[in-house]
Write a protein that binds this ligand. Structure first.
Ligand SMILES: *Cc1c(COP(=O)(O)O)cnc(C)c1O
Length: 385
């Protein structure tokens, strides 16, 4: 079955009682047990809920995995996966990992004796060299935020498995319709479902998918024990959002490809980061492991002043954090997602003062290009007498 069909079938699961085509929102914390000796499938909604079950199954289906788990946010999903590790364990993590994941690894896990090394996963020798006797996992995120650096998922998961480690992949930026890390050897996939999966900038949510029963058991144990589960109404909104994932990703990634190619031609733009461009260092790997370059790109307009001009004079994009909505979102990583890094750390990560991130929504790409063009024409204007 093709992804688009799978998406609709997995999110359209009728109520067994009424036949309602849409899964009901089962707002019940507790479930009546018909027999004193034999309890039913559900008892308490932290442990399981029928609406959440449908949404968890849908997310698993999209990733071609067997087991899905939903969490209150993407960070709750990431943290719950990381909580399956124990004191004395060591993790190898992409040095371009999402800021919230960085914060948990740096500030929270060391208090529980879980250590990590940040590595450029593009350097496979460095990955091998970072493996210690107590290393348990390699954590991948591709393409990375905000410079869209591509990691070869298969190459890294091969190294992980050759050394008895598991591989975890954050697939937020691609979504399961553009990239399926489980097919490329990943053992666990995590998502900020806040972004493309929900797709409407309405809820915050997180997802975890795996194919392995042993890992599923560990993840479910933490989900139930720690309890950062996704609320039932948000599970329904997530199901509703996912229904259009296929068409949204197709439209937004085709628009991103056009906009990226146009940006490359603009004299005001010094660098375009988009793995769908043949000029991009990750292009060949991206072509092999994903459907296309995705719906997020970033570009450098040379200076903070120029970036400010673009942010202040474009009229279509929302100037805000986050990504993956139906509306195009323009953000300025040096003051938003990566404000906590020092200027030197930002420079090392390629987050230059003129860098803007662009999450392409569902507007007409010609309108977005025209809007950027009129903004670019004003760059430098503020300094003219
Ligand atoms: C947003 C994001 C997260 C965190 O998800 P939240 O829903 O904001 O908690 C994790 N990874 C990536 C790549 C993200 O973009």
């Amino acid at each position: 079955m093709h992804d688009w069909t799978k998406i609709i079938k997995a999110t359209t699961v009728a109520d067994p009682v009424s036949g309602a085509v849409n899964t009901p929102i089962q707002l019940s914390s507790t479930f009546n047990q018909a027999s004193f000796d034999n309890f039913g499938k559900y008892d308490y909604s932290r442990s399981g809920n029928p609406t959440r079950d449908v949404a968890e199954h849908a997310v698993a289906t999209l990733e071609d995995g067997k087991f899905g788990y939903l969490f209150s946010t993407g960070m709750a999903a990431v943290s719950s996966v990381l909580m399956t590790f124990s004191q004395g364990d060591h993790l190898i993590v992409s040095k371009y990992v999402y800021g919230g994941t960085f914060r948990v690894l740096e500030e929270v896990l060391p208090r529980f004796g879980i250590d990590h090394t940040f590595v450029d996963l593009g350097d496979l020798d460095a990955v091998k060299a970072a493996i210690r006797p107590n290393t348990k996992a390699i954590y991948i995120e591709t393409p990375s935020n905000p410079i869209l650096a591509v990691t070869d998922i298969q190459a890294v998961t091969d190294i992980a498995h050759a050394h008895g480690l598991i591989a975890i992949a954050d697939n937020t930026f691609m979504s399961p319709v553009l990239q399926k890390p489980l097919h490329l050897g990943a053992d666990i996939v995590v998502h900020s479902a806040t972004k493309f999966l929900a797709g409407h900038s309405d809820i915050v949510a997180g997802a975890v998918v795996t194919d392995r029963q042993d890992l599923a058991d560990r993840i479910y144990f933490i989900q139930n024990a720690v309890g950062a589960t996704l609320g039932v109404t948000d599970c329904w909104l997530l199901l509703r959002g996912i229904k259009t994932l296929g068409v949204r990703m197709q439209q937004s990634s085709a628009a991103a490809q056009r906009i990226a190619a146009w940006l490359e031609q603009q004299p005001q733009v010094t660098r375009v980061c988009y793995p769908g461009l043949p000029s991009n260092a990750g292009y060949v790997t991206q072509q092999r492991q994903a459907v296309n370059g995705g719906a997020v790109l970033s570009f450098d307009v040379g200076s903070e002043d120029a970036a400010r001009t673009v942010a202040e004079t474009t009229t279509i994009p929302e100037f805000s954090v986050s990504l993956g909505g139906t509306e195009t979102i323009l953000s300025y990583p040096p003051k938003m997602s990566h404000a906590e890094l020092s200027p030197e750390e930002r420079a090392k990560s390629g987050i230059t003062p003129g860098l803007l991130r662009f999450s392409v929504g569902l507007e007409d790409p010609d309108d977005l290009i025209a809007d950027l063009a009129q903004a670019f024409a004003k760059i430098g204007g503020a300094t003219q007498p």
